[in-house]
Design a binder for this molecule. Structure first.
Ligand code: TXA
Ligand code: MG
Length: 317
């Protein structure tokens, strides 16, 4: 979708316009201390799908959810004690904590890519903080660059890559850190480094008074690994026009099915529904047949995820 991209200054008028755009399901790039993020309301599936469309991202990875405070993070997920300690030390700042979602979290399943955990971060950049406070809800934001291009650290970088694809850029000045946040997950209570970033492992270990486990190759930072973290229990058959005995059918467009990703063939709607639909059909205990999804636009990311869901589960899983 072609959009006209406004550049907003980070004063209260600019921040209010940006927050309004997010409420209406639009896309706002905003400066953080690490890199510029491409933000959408994390509760609106269509808005989150539009992030992928704007970036031209060919696969769905879980996205980091940005909030204004530790309290807001605790409403979404259960932070183990060590996470709490890290949040108190490093938030606001370039640290993302991956924790288990609470019941009723309200996030789109496209944000979590169907996982039961979520990456949470309270950024330090004043424009980002003002936006999150004015908006008052969770903002999903990957880096604000077209897929495969360099992460943006100025509003001009964002404009060069995404002009006409997004609704606004909230100019937070040049990013002071310039690399993405450090991501720490928790295997029960054991902290695990999932992505190196703006805060060193040593600084984290100093606070925790224990070594950080390294994510021994099981990282979902590599998109190819994500399949092993959530795959339906039943077999998945792609490009199906009709169900075979014992299958439930996920439709698209003129292939109706037991449930449809989008009756009108809208790829944005289909992306927004994908993970919920897989969860629901999987709960039926049957194998899942999936209608053909066109291989263009968001269809590429949808097909990527479906292909992973249909692949045999790796033996080491
Ligand atoms: O600095 C940053 O973190 C930037 C700025 C904009 O805040 N954001 C950023 O977001 O890099 P994003 O969405 O591109 O980072 C996504 C990565 C995933 O590829 C994965 O490595 C990790 O965050 N992640 C997110 N949710 C996760 C989860 N539930 N479990 C494990 N890793 C997760
Ligand atoms: Mg990125």
């Amino acid at each position: 979708m072609q959009r006209s991209t406004q550049i907003l200054t980070p004063d209260s008028a600019g921040v209010d316009v940006a927050a309004d755009i997010l409420r209406r399901g639009g896309l706002v790039a905003f400066g953080t201390e690490t890199v510029y993020g491409l933000g959408a309301d994390a509760r609106q599936g269509d808005a989150v799908a539009a992030i992928y469309a704007a970036k031209g991202r060919p696969s769905f990875n879980p996205l980091i959810v940005h909030i204004a405070s530790l309290e807001a993070a605790q409403e979404l997920a259960r932070l183990p004690d060590s996470a709490q300690q890290l949040a108190e030390t490093f938030w606001p700042g370039p640290l993302t904590l991956v924790a288990t979602l609470r019941e009723g979290h309200g996030l789109s399943s496209l944000v979590t890519a169907g996982l039961q955990t979520v990456g949470l971060r309270v950024p330090a950049n004043p424009a980002a903080r003002a936006l999150l406070t004015a908006f008052g809800g969770p903002v999903a934001a990957p880096s604000a660059n077209p897929s495969g291009r360099i992460s943006p650290t100025t509003a001009a970088h964002v404009r060069a890559g995404l002009d006409g694809q997004i609704d606004a850029i909230l100019d937070g000045g040049p990013c002071t850190v310039g690399v993405e946040s450090t991501i720490v997950g928790f295997d029960d209570e054991t902290p695990v480094l999932l992505r190196a970033g703006g805060i060193t492992a040593e600084a984290i270990e100093d606070v925790l008074q224990r070594p950080l486990a390294n994510d021994g190759g099981g990282s979902i930072t590599a998109p190819g690994q994500l399949a092993s973290h959530y795959a339906p229990r039943g077999r998945v058959r792609l490009n199906a026009r009709a169900p075979e005995p014992g299958e439930v059918m996920l439709g698209f467009g003129d292939v109706a099915g037991d449930m449809t990703l989008s009756a009108t063939g809208d790829l944005c709607e289909a992306a927004a529904r994908l993970f919920d639909a897989l969860h629901q059909l999987d709960a039926s205990g049957h194998a899942i047949a999936v209608a053909p999804i066109p291989q263009h636009g968001l269809g590429i990311a949808i097909n990527d995820r479906l292909t992973r869901a249909a692949a045999p589960r790796p033996a080491q899983d």
